[in-house]
Write a protein that binds this ligand. Structure first.
Ligand code: ATR
Length: 283
């Protein structure tokens, strides 16, 4: 355990709820290994209290915050300045508090998504074949923006077609499909990314025609609890490569750490094992 002195740099994560967040586990393990005089702590304001928290922290009281549900859109709206990738995602998962009192919004979720593919599906290229995103909420828009930025053609499949069309209008190089035409979207796809909330909270997952995708299609699920979602189990059973949401979580945390503490996280900490152990304890 590091000694935290009066000079410690403080960062944190804000969400509602935040108690199951794995971010403190990841960041504090990196802080300890790097020997930093720093701490990373959770904040759980009431759902109407996010703006008060952000305004209270202006001026560099703490260095920055990761932002999780349901505050990502509000975080972008409250910031004085935003990175192009946060603007494209229409959401921020990272706020940096500058000493002049201003707040800078960024989004590292897209970096995390691409890092997860690089780690678990080596050789995957986002430009080789269209990428299918399932869903049209905030998570889906962020994923679509990241893949468009990486040069991909994106197909959004959603139960409510109008929401998919709204993302297509906003981002360009994106086409929209209703869920009933998922098979058409899967034809020739290089990847399928689940960004819906279906299957969460013990709801039944989506019934998807995976066989309509090429055998080489990589299947990814942003949900990491369970780590192997029914979608990933089905994809693996049919011989397809899979990418999990925990790797994306770790992939977004690394550039966040660098924004807070001015250096990349140490490479020699098995944060995936620590996160898996924390997930086990919670189940
Ligand atoms: P977030 O902003 O966290 O991504 P959201 O805005 O609630 O979440 O979006 C959830 C996504 O999951 C939406 O795309 C939703 O489809 P609709 O736009 O048609 O509502 C999708 N979703 C949730 N439950 C679903 C279900 N049972 N079947 C199909 N799609 C579902």
């Amino acid at each position: 355990m590091n000694t935290i002195t009066g000079k410690a740099v403080v960062a944190g994560v804000v969400g509602a709820p935040v108690r199951h967040s794995l971010s403190p586990v990841l960041h504090n393990a990196w802080i300890a290994e790097a020997g930093l005089d720093a701490a990373y702590v959770p904040f759980a304001p009431p759902s109407d209290g996010f703006a008060r928290l952000v305004h209270g922290l202006r001026g560099g009281v703490i260095r920055g915050l990761n932002v999780t549900l349901p505050f990502k859109e509000e975080a972008l709206a409250l910031a004085d300045e935003a990175s192009p990738r946060a603007a494209a995602a229409a959401a921020a998962n990272l706020l940096v508090f500058r000493e002049d009192g201003s707040v800078f919004a960024d989004n590292t979720d897209g970096l995390g998504l691409l890092a997860a593919f690089a780690a678990q599906a080596p050789g995957f290229s986002p430009t080789a074949a269209p990428v299918v995103i399932l869903g049209a909420g905030g998570a889906a828009r962020g994923a679509a923006a990241a893949f468009v930025e990486a040069g991909a053609q994106v197909r959004i499949v959603n139960r409510t077609l109008a929401r998919a069309e709204a993302i297509a209008d906003a981002l360009g190089r994106v086409s929209a499909f209703p869920l009933s035409r998922a098979g058409d979207a899967f034809a020739g796809a290089g990847a399928i990314v689940n960004a819906t909330s279906a299957g969460l909270a013990d709801e039944a997952g989506l019934d998807l025609p995976l066989e309509a995708s090429p055998q080489g299609c990589v299947v990814m699920d942003m949900v990491y609890k369970p780590l192997k979602t029914p979608l990933l189990v089905n994809a693996e059973a049919s011989g397809r490569r899979v990418v999990d949401g925990l790797e994306m979580l770790i992939g977004q945390a690394a550039p966040s750490f660098e924004a807070f503490f001015g250096r990349p996280p140490p490479a020699n900490v098995d944060v995936r094992a620590l996160a898996l152990a924390a997930l086990e304890q919670k189940s």
